[in-house]
Design a protein around this ligand. Structure first.
Ligand code: SF4
Length: 197
């Protein structure tokens, strides 16, 4: 039996969800007999975005996305991931509902940038320079991702097949999800996967 191809992408989050995967400890090691991690960015199997773009459509069996969507770069990667993946999972509270980064939606984009880059006591920024999306570096144009005006959950950007809640998800939920993926016994599309505990 060929191994299940798994991709993991950390979007606007803290990587705590990925620690929940690692918390599976020996269960994760057992699962790797059936799972091949083909892309885990930006931590473990850190291939370039180009490598993802070059994969055949739907050649990844399952992708876990942890973290919400705050930057144009994240939305871009997630849309490519959706194209390349059969089953896309919103992994953890940030991806599923916006989570902690989503609390920033109580404030305007400008307020957030001014707090982070001007008003904090430790900031030395007398000219009040805020991040831009375009810079001229030695005559070359450098374009950086756009900081969106609001944080979005994964399903607000692409079609999502499954949701796993928790901040981070309890490793029991993660174990149930991994087992369902390996056995091909995933619940109906759109379900939340939990251990029932
Ligand atoms: Fe971190 Fe919690 Fe978001 Fe996971 S759900 S990325 S643990 S803040």
């Amino acid at each position: 039996m060929s191994k299940i191809k798994l991709a993991i992408y950390l979007s606007a989050g803290c990587a705590g969800c990925e620690m929940a995967l690692v918390d599976l400890s020996e269960k994760l090691i057992d699962a790797l007999e059936n799972i091949e991690i083909v892309w885990w960015t930006p931590t473990v199997v850190d291939l370039k975005y180009k490598d993802l773009e070059n994969l055949e459509d739907k050649s990844i069996d399952v992708a876990l996305v942890d973290g919400a969507v705050r930057l144009s770069e994240q939305e871009h990667v997630i849309k490519i991931l959706r194209q390349k993946t059969k089953v896309l999972v919103a992994f953890g509270a940030c991806a599923a509902m916006g989570g902690v980064p989503g609390l920033a939606n109580f404030h305007k984009r400008e307020e957030l940038l001014e707090t982070a880059y001007i008003n904090t006591w430790s900031t030395d920024n007398p000219d009040g320079v805020l991040p831009q999306t375009e810079y001229d570096v030695n005559g070359s144009k450098l374009t950086l991702p756009e900081f969106y005006g609001e944080v979005k959950a994964l399903h607000q950007v692409v079609d999502v097949d499954y949701f796993i809640g928790g901040c981070p998800p309890h490793h029991d939920h993660v174990a149930v999800a991994v087992e369902a993926i390996i056995k091909g016994e995933l619940p109906p599309k759109g379900s939340w996967i939990t251990s029932g505990k």
